[in-house]
Design a protein around this ligand. Structure first.
Ligand SMILES: [Zn+2]
Ligand SMILES: [Zn+2]
Length: 266
Protein backbone atom coordinates (compact mmCIF):
# COMPACT_ATOMS: atom_id res chain seq x y z
CA UNK A 1 0.00 0.00 0.00
CA UNK A 2 2.84 2.35 0.89
CA UNK A 3 4.54 1.68 -2.42
CA UNK A 4 1.38 2.23 -4.37
CA UNK A 5 0.89 5.50 -2.56
CA UNK A 6 4.37 6.65 -3.43
CA UNK A 7 4.02 5.56 -7.01
CA UNK A 8 0.75 7.35 -7.38
CA UNK A 9 2.16 10.48 -5.85
CA UNK A 10 4.95 10.52 -8.41
CA UNK A 11 2.62 9.88 -11.30
CA UNK A 12 0.09 12.49 -10.33
CA UNK A 13 2.73 15.17 -9.77
CA UNK A 14 4.11 16.45 -13.11
CA UNK A 15 7.42 17.56 -11.66
CA UNK A 16 8.12 14.37 -9.76
CA UNK A 17 7.07 12.43 -12.80
CA UNK A 18 9.47 14.32 -15.07
CA UNK A 19 12.25 13.60 -12.59
CA UNK A 20 11.37 9.99 -12.60
CA UNK A 21 11.21 9.74 -16.36
CA UNK A 22 14.55 11.48 -16.68
CA UNK A 23 16.54 9.99 -13.84
CA UNK A 24 14.77 6.75 -13.43
CA UNK A 25 14.21 6.63 -9.70
CA UNK A 26 12.21 8.30 -7.01
CA UNK A 27 13.03 6.70 -3.70
CA UNK A 28 11.84 3.21 -3.13
CA UNK A 29 9.35 2.03 -5.70
CA UNK A 30 8.84 -1.67 -6.04
CA UNK A 31 11.58 -3.51 -7.86
CA UNK A 32 9.58 -4.15 -10.96
CA UNK A 33 8.38 -0.58 -11.06
CA UNK A 34 11.84 0.85 -11.55
CA UNK A 35 12.52 -1.54 -14.38
CA UNK A 36 11.07 0.63 -17.12
CA UNK A 37 9.59 3.93 -18.17
CA UNK A 38 6.04 4.83 -17.41
CA UNK A 39 4.66 5.08 -20.90
CA UNK A 40 1.41 3.32 -20.22
CA UNK A 41 2.17 2.84 -16.57
CA UNK A 42 -0.13 5.49 -15.32
CA UNK A 43 -3.33 3.81 -16.33
CA UNK A 44 -2.24 0.64 -14.64
CA UNK A 45 -1.53 2.58 -11.47
CA UNK A 46 -4.83 4.31 -11.76
CA UNK A 47 -6.57 0.95 -11.97
CA UNK A 48 -4.75 -0.31 -8.93
CA UNK A 49 -5.47 2.89 -7.12
CA UNK A 50 -9.11 2.79 -7.98
CA UNK A 51 -9.28 -0.77 -6.84
CA UNK A 52 -8.25 0.34 -3.40
CA UNK A 53 -9.95 3.67 -3.16
CA UNK A 54 -13.27 3.54 -4.83
CA UNK A 55 -14.72 4.14 -8.30
CA UNK A 56 -16.83 1.13 -8.82
CA UNK A 57 -14.88 -1.17 -6.60
CA UNK A 58 -16.57 -3.83 -4.64
CA UNK A 59 -14.73 -2.80 -1.54
CA UNK A 60 -17.17 -0.17 -0.46
CA UNK A 61 -19.94 -2.67 -0.97
CA UNK A 62 -19.09 -4.83 1.98
CA UNK A 63 -22.76 -5.14 2.82
CA UNK A 64 -23.40 -6.67 -0.60
CA UNK A 65 -21.55 -9.77 0.45
CA UNK A 66 -23.15 -12.99 1.39
CA UNK A 67 -26.42 -12.94 3.17
CA UNK A 68 -27.16 -9.38 2.12
CA UNK A 69 -30.48 -10.21 0.56
CA UNK A 70 -32.13 -10.79 3.89
CA UNK A 71 -31.49 -7.23 4.97
CA UNK A 72 -34.56 -5.12 5.36
CA UNK A 73 -34.65 -2.10 3.10
CA UNK A 74 -37.33 0.49 2.39
CA UNK A 75 -39.16 0.36 -0.92
CA UNK A 76 -38.34 2.56 -3.88
CA UNK A 77 -39.96 5.95 -4.17
CA UNK A 78 -42.39 6.70 -6.98
CA UNK A 79 -42.76 9.99 -8.82
CA UNK A 80 -46.03 10.77 -10.56
CA UNK A 81 -47.43 13.81 -12.35
CA UNK A 82 -50.80 15.18 -11.34
CA UNK A 83 -52.68 17.81 -13.30
CA UNK A 84 -55.07 19.99 -11.29
CA UNK A 85 -57.64 22.50 -12.38
CA UNK A 86 -57.01 26.06 -11.26
CA UNK A 87 -59.78 25.80 -8.70
CA UNK A 88 -58.43 22.55 -7.24
CA UNK A 89 -55.00 24.07 -6.85
CA UNK A 90 -56.39 27.04 -4.96
CA UNK A 91 -59.00 25.38 -2.76
CA UNK A 92 -57.29 22.03 -2.26
CA UNK A 93 -58.76 18.68 -3.24
CA UNK A 94 -58.77 14.99 -2.44
CA UNK A 95 -57.82 12.96 -5.52
CA UNK A 96 -58.21 9.24 -6.01
CA UNK A 97 -55.71 7.91 -8.46
CA UNK A 98 -54.85 4.49 -9.80
CA UNK A 99 -51.18 3.61 -9.62
CA UNK A 100 -48.99 0.54 -10.28
CA UNK A 101 -47.02 -0.37 -7.17
CA UNK A 102 -44.46 -3.05 -6.37
CA UNK A 103 -45.79 -5.50 -3.82
CA UNK A 104 -43.53 -7.85 -1.89
CA UNK A 105 -44.20 -11.42 -3.01
CA UNK A 106 -45.78 -13.23 -0.08
CA UNK A 107 -45.70 -16.61 -1.83
CA UNK A 108 -41.90 -16.88 -1.64
CA UNK A 109 -41.31 -14.31 1.11
CA UNK A 110 -39.10 -12.46 -1.32
CA UNK A 111 -36.65 -15.28 -1.79
CA UNK A 112 -37.67 -15.69 -5.42
CA UNK A 113 -37.64 -19.49 -5.00
CA UNK A 114 -40.53 -21.92 -5.33
CA UNK A 115 -39.61 -23.65 -2.06
CA UNK A 116 -36.82 -23.17 0.45
CA UNK A 117 -35.11 -26.33 -0.82
CA UNK A 118 -34.80 -24.62 -4.21
CA UNK A 119 -32.28 -22.23 -2.67
CA UNK A 120 -28.82 -23.75 -2.97
CA UNK A 121 -25.25 -22.49 -2.79
CA UNK A 122 -23.88 -20.61 -5.80
CA UNK A 123 -21.52 -22.84 -7.78
CA UNK A 124 -18.93 -20.25 -8.74
CA UNK A 125 -18.31 -18.86 -5.25
CA UNK A 126 -19.41 -21.96 -3.31
CA UNK A 127 -21.82 -19.89 -1.29
CA UNK A 128 -19.33 -17.29 -0.15
CA UNK A 129 -20.65 -14.46 -2.27
CA UNK A 130 -17.13 -13.34 -3.08
CA UNK A 131 -14.46 -14.65 -5.41
CA UNK A 132 -10.71 -14.13 -5.32
CA UNK A 133 -9.03 -12.58 -8.30
CA UNK A 134 -5.34 -12.34 -9.02
CA UNK A 135 -4.06 -9.34 -10.92
CA UNK A 136 -0.50 -9.30 -12.21
CA UNK A 137 0.87 -5.78 -12.36
CA UNK A 138 4.24 -4.15 -12.55
CA UNK A 139 4.12 -3.92 -8.78
CA UNK A 140 3.75 -7.64 -8.48
CA UNK A 141 0.73 -9.79 -7.88
CA UNK A 142 -2.32 -8.26 -6.30
CA UNK A 143 -4.89 -10.51 -4.76
CA UNK A 144 -8.32 -9.11 -4.63
CA UNK A 145 -11.74 -10.19 -3.51
CA UNK A 146 -14.70 -9.15 -5.57
CA UNK A 147 -18.41 -9.78 -5.36
CA UNK A 148 -19.40 -12.93 -7.20
CA UNK A 149 -21.01 -11.91 -10.47
CA UNK A 150 -23.01 -15.12 -10.74
CA UNK A 151 -25.02 -14.55 -7.58
CA UNK A 152 -24.40 -10.77 -7.09
CA UNK A 153 -22.89 -11.56 -3.72
CA UNK A 154 -25.81 -13.46 -2.27
CA UNK A 155 -23.93 -16.77 -2.34
CA UNK A 156 -27.17 -18.41 -3.36
CA UNK A 157 -28.62 -19.87 -6.50
CA UNK A 158 -32.30 -20.53 -7.18
CA UNK A 159 -33.05 -23.93 -8.70
CA UNK A 160 -36.74 -23.33 -9.29
CA UNK A 161 -38.22 -19.86 -9.33
CA UNK A 162 -41.32 -18.78 -7.44
CA UNK A 163 -44.34 -19.34 -9.64
CA UNK A 164 -46.10 -16.26 -8.36
CA UNK A 165 -43.49 -13.56 -8.93
CA UNK A 166 -41.33 -15.45 -11.43
CA UNK A 167 -38.31 -15.02 -9.17
CA UNK A 168 -38.57 -11.21 -9.17
CA UNK A 169 -39.54 -11.13 -5.47
CA UNK A 170 -42.08 -8.41 -6.22
CA UNK A 171 -45.30 -8.29 -8.19
CA UNK A 172 -46.77 -5.21 -9.80
CA UNK A 173 -50.29 -4.39 -8.74
CA UNK A 174 -52.75 -1.64 -9.42
CA UNK A 175 -53.84 0.24 -6.37
CA UNK A 176 -56.19 3.14 -5.77
CA UNK A 177 -54.71 5.71 -3.47
CA UNK A 178 -56.21 8.91 -2.16
CA UNK A 179 -54.02 11.98 -2.20
CA UNK A 180 -54.92 15.01 -0.18
CA UNK A 181 -53.76 18.11 -2.04
CA UNK A 182 -53.41 21.11 0.29
CA UNK A 183 -54.98 24.50 -0.43
CA UNK A 184 -52.95 26.94 -2.44
CA UNK A 185 -50.47 24.45 -3.83
CA UNK A 186 -48.07 26.16 -6.23
CA UNK A 187 -47.66 24.90 -9.79
CA UNK A 188 -44.50 22.79 -10.27
CA UNK A 189 -44.45 22.01 -6.57
CA UNK A 190 -43.44 18.48 -5.58
CA UNK A 191 -45.50 16.98 -2.76
CA UNK A 192 -44.29 14.03 -0.73
CA UNK A 193 -46.57 11.30 0.61
CA UNK A 194 -44.58 9.25 3.03
CA UNK A 195 -44.76 5.49 3.32
CA UNK A 196 -47.45 4.70 0.73
CA UNK A 197 -45.22 3.79 -2.22
CA UNK A 198 -43.60 0.51 -3.23
CA UNK A 199 -43.12 -2.27 -0.71
CA UNK A 200 -39.62 -2.68 0.67
CA UNK A 201 -37.41 -5.71 1.18
CA UNK A 202 -38.29 -8.14 3.94
CA UNK A 203 -40.67 -5.85 5.73
CA UNK A 204 -38.43 -2.83 5.32
CA UNK A 205 -41.29 -0.37 4.95
CA UNK A 206 -42.84 1.27 1.94
CA UNK A 207 -41.20 3.96 -0.11
CA UNK A 208 -42.67 7.41 -0.66
CA UNK A 209 -44.81 8.79 -3.46
CA UNK A 210 -43.78 12.14 -4.85
CA UNK A 211 -46.41 14.05 -6.74
CA UNK A 212 -45.34 16.68 -9.21
CA UNK A 213 -48.14 19.25 -9.52
CA UNK A 214 -49.16 20.84 -12.80
CA UNK A 215 -51.97 23.37 -12.94
CA UNK A 216 -54.17 23.92 -15.99
CA UNK A 217 -54.61 27.45 -17.23
CA UNK A 218 -57.94 29.06 -16.52
CA UNK A 219 -59.63 31.44 -18.98
CA UNK A 220 -60.72 33.87 -16.23
CA UNK A 221 -58.24 33.63 -13.41
CA UNK A 222 -54.54 34.15 -13.08
CA UNK A 223 -52.49 33.47 -10.02
CA UNK A 224 -49.79 35.87 -8.88
CA UNK A 225 -48.17 34.54 -5.73
CA UNK A 226 -51.04 34.01 -3.33
CA UNK A 227 -53.32 36.50 -5.10
CA UNK A 228 -55.86 35.69 -7.75
CA UNK A 229 -56.50 38.13 -10.56
CA UNK A 230 -59.61 38.23 -12.71
CA UNK A 231 -60.40 40.51 -15.66
CA UNK A 232 -63.74 42.30 -15.61
CA UNK A 233 -64.84 44.19 -18.72
CA UNK A 234 -66.92 47.20 -17.68
CA UNK A 235 -68.70 49.94 -19.61
CA UNK A 236 -67.31 53.43 -20.08
CA UNK A 237 -70.12 54.80 -17.93
CA UNK A 238 -69.47 52.37 -15.05
CA UNK A 239 -65.81 53.35 -15.17
CA UNK A 240 -66.67 57.03 -14.77
CA UNK A 241 -69.55 56.78 -12.31
CA UNK A 242 -68.59 53.62 -10.42
CA UNK A 243 -71.09 51.04 -9.10
CA UNK A 244 -71.63 47.51 -7.97
CA UNK A 245 -70.91 44.94 -10.68
CA UNK A 246 -71.18 41.18 -10.87
CA UNK A 247 -67.81 39.45 -10.80
CA UNK A 248 -66.91 35.77 -11.15
CA UNK A 249 -65.00 34.21 -8.25
CA UNK A 250 -63.79 30.67 -7.62
CA UNK A 251 -66.80 30.12 -5.36
CA UNK A 252 -69.43 31.62 -7.65
CA UNK A 253 -70.77 35.03 -8.64
CA UNK A 254 -70.13 37.91 -6.28
CA UNK A 255 -70.50 41.68 -6.38
CA UNK A 256 -67.52 43.98 -6.71
CA UNK A 257 -67.49 47.64 -5.84
CA UNK A 258 -66.13 49.74 -8.70
CA UNK A 259 -64.89 53.15 -7.62
CA UNK A 260 -65.82 56.23 -9.70
CA UNK A 261 -63.04 57.17 -12.10
CA UNK A 262 -61.67 53.62 -12.40
CA UNK A 263 -58.92 53.35 -15.02
CA UNK A 264 -58.22 50.57 -17.48
CA UNK A 265 -56.07 47.91 -15.75
CA UNK A 266 -56.83 49.02 -12.19
ZN1 LIG B 1 -21.73 -16.67 -6.26
ZN1 LIG C 1 -42.36 -14.92 -5.25
Amino acid sequence: MKEINQAYEVLSNPEKRRNYDQYGSEGSFGQSASAGGFGQGESIFKDIFDTFFGRGTDYSGQENYSGSRTRTQAGDDVLIDLVLTFKESVLGVKKKISIDLEKACGACRQTGAATTSDIVDCLSCRGRGIVNTIQRTILGTIRNQVTCSQCQGSGKRIKKKCGYCGGKKFTRQKEIIELSIPRGVQPDKRLRYQGIGNDGWYGGGKGDIYVSIKVKDNPYFQRKGNDIHVSLPISFLDAILGGKLKVITLEGIDKAEIAPGTQNGD
